[in-house]
Design a protein around this ligand. Sequence first.
Ligand SMILES: NC(=O)c1ccc[n+]([C@@H]2O[C@H](COP(=O)([O-])OP(=O)(O)OC[C@H]3O[C@@H](n4cnc5c(N)ncnc54)[C@H](O)[C@@H]3O)[C@@H](O)[C@H]2O)c1
Length: 353
Amino acid sequence: MTSLRQPQNVLVTGGCGFIGSAFVRFLLTQPAFTGRVVNLDLLTYAANPDNVGSASASPRYLFVQADITDAAAVTQVCSQRAVDTIVHFAAESHVDRSIVGPGAFVQANIVGTYQLLEVVRSLPSIHFHHVSTDEVYGSLGATGLFSETTPYDPSSPYSASKAASDHLVRAYARTYGLSTTLSNCSNNYGPYQFPEKLIPLMIMNLCEGKPLPVYGTGANVRDWLYVDDHVEAIWTIVLRGRRGETYNIGGEAEWANLALLHKLIEVVARATGLDTAALKRQITFVTDRPGHDARYAINCSKLKSELGWTQRHNIESGLLETVRWYLDNPEWVSRVKSGAYRNWLDLNYGRRD
Ligand SMILES: NC(=O)c1ccc[n+]([C@@H]2O[C@H](COP(=O)([O-])OP(=O)(O)OC[C@H]3O[C@@H](n4cnc5c(N)ncnc54)[C@H](O)[C@@H]3O)[C@@H](O)[C@H]2O)c1
C-alpha cells in the first residue's frame, strides 16, 4: 500500500475546463491542503477562465496560459514552481468534434500526454495522475460492467486518443519507473459544463423553448456522475492510490438518454414552474452519431473498497443542483453562448437564433 502522498505544489492541466476547474475550486477549499495550485491551460474554445471562480483570488493560485505539447514551457513551470504533482485533465473532450476533426484530438490527447510524460521523465520526483474516461472500454451489451481489467475497445477518435494516452502513461510507469496513477470515469455533469454537452444543452434549450435534439431513439445508456464527486475521487487517488494503479470512477446511475431527459424535464419544470407536457413536446429525434456506443456502466468497487470513496450525490440531487446553478448564473451562460457555442450549434443543427 502506498503511504499517504502530501502534495505541496500541484500543476493542474486544463484547469479552465469543466472538470479541471471543479478540481481547482475543490482543492483550494480542502483544509488539509495548504500548498499551491498552478493551472496550466491553453484556453481553447472549451475553456473559461471564469470557471475557477473565487479560487482565482487566492494567493495560492497561479494561472499559466500554455500548451501541454510545449514540453519546454511545462518543464519551466514545474521547475520554477517546485511542482511535485501533476493532475492531467487537459484534452479535446467532445466526441462529435472528434468525428468532424480527429487531428486536434491526436495532437492534444496523445502528443500532449506524451510531452507531459517526457517532462515527468526529466523531473521524476513528480507524481503524475492521468484523468481518463470509461469510453476507452468501448460499448457494453444489455448487461455487465466495465472493470479496471476490461480490454480497451474505443469506438470514436476521442476515445481512441484517450486510450492511446492511457497506454502511454502505463508504459512510461513500467519502462521509466515514473510514479503514476490513472482514473477512468463515466459521464460527468454539473455546474460550469460547456453547453455543447448533453445536460447543459438540454437545460438551456428547455428554458429557451428550443428543440431538444436526441440521438437515434434515445436508447443509449450512460452512467452519470456529479462532477464534485469525480474531483473528490481524483484527489483521493492522488493522496492514497497505489502507484501504477488504475481506478474506475462511476456514479452507479445508469440512464438511457431519453429517460434521463424526462427526469431532467421534471427537475426543470419543478425549478421554473414551466409545464412538463409542453417541455416534453420540445424533444426531437436526430440522426444517430456514427459509432455511437450503446451502453456504458462502471464497476467502481475497487475505488470504494480500497480507498473508501463514495458518491455524495444521486441523480435527483445532482440534477437539481445543476439546474439551479444554470438558472442562477445567466451571465456565465450568455458569455459562453456568445461565441463558440453558437458556431457549434450552427454547424451541427443548422440553427440560427
Ligand atoms: N466530461 C466528462 O464527462 C468526462 C468524463 C470522464 C473523463 N473526462 C476527462 O476529463 C478531462 C477533462 O474533461 P472536461 O470535460 O473538463 O473537458 P473540457 O473540454 O471542459 O476542458 C478541457 C480543457 O483543456 C484545455 N486544453 C485543451 N487542449 C489543451 C492543450 N493542448 N494544452 C493545454 N490545455 C488544453 C482546454 O482549454 C480546456 O480548458 C478530459 O481529459 C476528459 O477526457 C471527461
